[in-house]
Design a protein around this ligand. Sequence first.
Ligand code: NAD
Length: 316
Amino acid sequence: MFRILANDGIDPIGKQLLEKAGFQVDTDHIPQAELFEGLKRYDGITVRSATKLRQDLIDACPNIKLIGRGGVGMDNIDVDYAKGKGIAVVNTPAASSLSVAELVFAHLFTGIRFLQDANRKMPAEGNSKFNDLKKAYAKGVELRGKRIGIIGFGRIGRETARVALGLGMEVLAYDLFEVPAELDIQLAGNITVTCPIKALNIDQVIKESDFISLHVPFCEKPVLGKEEFDSMKDGVGIVNCSRGGTIDEEALIEALNSGKVAFAGLDVFDNEPNPRQDLLSHPKVSLTPHIGASTNEAQERIGTELANLIIDFFKT
Ligand code: NAD
């Protein structure tokens, strides 16, 4: 019987599929430092972003034949090293795209109507403060007809574009690779509509967008820094549901304080899981703890896909 350690958890559907196929699946989390001993008993391990699989751990556990990553980013795994040792490394890149895209809009709607600040400041009992707050939040805006600039037009960038198009927004997009001129979006009633995408260079996207959403992988140098913020429209809204490190946080705080940036919605940030204090308490910042894929639907898809990949690998 093959033994799998689901060290960062797995959806019950995935666990059931594996057990039905004859695998033993353990979901009790083993702390990172104890994995050097604990992982030796297993044939395979699945992780999300928390558990790190670095060279020393891979070397210490020669029985491991497969590493499964539930989700997209593999930055917590030394993928090439593992593959070099003959270990299969699999992930489920598309399973969470829609959930992440929807979180982008949770942050966008929050920012344009000041919800992050309103939630913190609502008075416990109705009093005069209530009217002060009504005035403070009187200058909300609508999304329809506005321009969203999407940087990184892969799986999640495209899902974000589809939601934006459905809301009647104009989509400007930049990617290192060619951006399609149009995208199909599915509406209720099984109706498919083809909508245009405006492919631009990164400087144009930054200059011309009312809102900018990042969907790039981790990069050594931030995609948005002081120079980029300076060239944005006044009052732009920024959303980052991609990876910490893709925005220069010092420059972002400066741009928020000067009013250049009206709000920022961040699911990812430097030094996760501890955001810097001036981001955490900033009235123009909506923060979430890296929950882009944290929906029932995405977790079910991830669990099912991961289980099928593991079954295919060990049983064929
Ligand atoms: P993807 O590989 O499908 O798309 C990424 C795109 O970014 C590619 O098309 C690539 O060409 C482009 N790109 C890379 N560097 C770029 C740059 N400097 N400028 C412009 N484009 C660039 O990946 P995806 O599935 O769309 O995921 C995008 C990001 O979202 C990743 O960082 C991933 O880790 C992150 N993510 C976050 C969550 C969350 O919980 N918040 C969940 C899943 C994925």
